[in-house]
Design a protein around this ligand. Structure first.
Ligand code: BGC
Length: 356
């Protein structure tokens, strides 16, 4: 009797354990949160978000996605992350407005056993980051600097203005460091600005200030950290009647920037293939949701230290784009179609670049 009762007890325990396991796998909602930093830069709403969401749905049709955009506001991002956790997010994919402030978000997630993927921008000073997916960002800055030097050619003692990104974005620091490595000693940097929030409007104001200080004739080139700030700088120079426009750098291969490159208003941009970045982030999120680590061939042993941890990392390769290789890069890769770039106003420039 006693033995039988004991077996009954064990049977019951097994049934409960199986039931709970089943519940966790099937019953628990599978929620992934994607938290992006801003919407003034075109990439986030037009590329990162749809590409990420599509890949999640392909891999996990029953998964739910919580999406938030912080509009360049770190406090807003903190509340959005907290709301995602409250609403059952089991993985956070976070593109931090402020890399240092976002440590608090990652710590909170870790305390609730929610893994964190640092998306595009590194979250600093915390061990609560599981993976980092981005591009080789110092290389981005070097490509920009090298292209600017090439455009300046044999000009004697050229003078440039540097318009960097947001000081709270770790990427902006890396772009700036990469650019300085190439430019320092080769050009005179007459004015240099860090642009709060990466705001194109603020970049425009910075350029206007620089022009007032320098006068139009002393400007040989402009280092702008991305296409949004390049657009601001170009608008300022056009407004001030600078002619011809000096070479201007950029980043993101935005549609408007490719069009400016074809007409000669902007010299270059840096193409970062967002598709593999967003899709790999989605793949990582699903692995983490299932409690699995990333396979070794995904990170290839690469780590990036964030001040507290060697974070397993995937860093993709950026590519410099000028009018000479628009066709062989962004068009060939399907990032833009010739039709999207070559609207009526750009037909002539497109023909000249061999796009039509
Ligand atoms: C991204 C760039 C973007 C910039 C402004 C950076 O962290 O890497 O692609 O242009 O932020 O949002």
């Amino acid at each position: 009797m006693k033995t039988r009762g004991m077996w009954r007890g064990i049977e019951w325990l097994v049934v409960v354990a199986l039931g709970l396991g089943g519940c966790q796998q099937g019953g628990g909602k599978k929620v992934v949160a994607l938290l992006l930093p801003e919407s003034k830069t075109a990439r986030y709403e037009t590329q990162d978000r749809p590409l990420f969401e599509k890949r999640i749905k392909e891999l996990c049709a029953s998964c739910e996605i919580i999406y938030s955009n912080a509009d360049q506001d770190a406090t807003k991002q903190q509340s959005q992350a907290e709301a995602a956790l409250t609403n059952g997010a089991r993985v956070l994919v976070l593109d931090a407005v402020d890399g240092a402030a976002a440590a608090a978000i990652a710590d909170k997630a870790k305390a609730q056993k929610v893994p964190v993927v640092s998306y595009d921008r590194l979250i600093l000073g915390t061990d609560a980051v599981d993976y980092y997916i981005s591009f080789d960002n110092e290389r981005v800055g070097k490509l920009q600097g090298e292209a600017l030097l090439a455009a300046l050619g044999a000009k004697k003692d050229p003078t440039i203005v540097m318009i960097n990104g947001a000081p709270t974005d770790n990427n902006a620091k890396l772009f700036k460091a990469g650019a300085h490595q190439v430019l320092d000693g080769k050009v005179t940097i007459a004015k240099e600005y860090d642009t709060p929030d990466w705001s194109p409007d603020k970049a425009q104001d910075e350029m206007t200030q620089a022009l007032t200080a320098l006068g139009k004739t002393r400007l040989d080139g402009v280092y702008a950290a991305n296409d949004g700030t390049a657009g601001g700088a170009i608008a300022s120079m056009k407004g001030a009647g600078v002619k011809p426009l000096p070479p201007v750098t950029g980043q993101d291969a935005e549609q408007a920037a490719i069009q400016r490159i074809l007409t000669g208003e902007q010299y270059m941009t840096v193409y970062k293939a967002i598709k593999p970045e967003a899709e790999t982030a989605a793949e990582l999120a699903i692995l983490l949701l299932e409690g699995k680590p990333a396979p070794a061939d995904m990170t290839k042993g690469k780590v990036v230290n964030n001040g507290k941890k060697d974070v397993p990392s995937i860093l993709l390769d950026p590519v410099a784009v000028t009018a000479a290789n628009v066709k062989a890069t962004v068009i060939k890769d399907g990032f833009w179609t010739a039709e999207q770039i070559c609207t009526q106003a750009y037909a002539g420039a497109c023909k000249a670049a061999g796009l039509l």
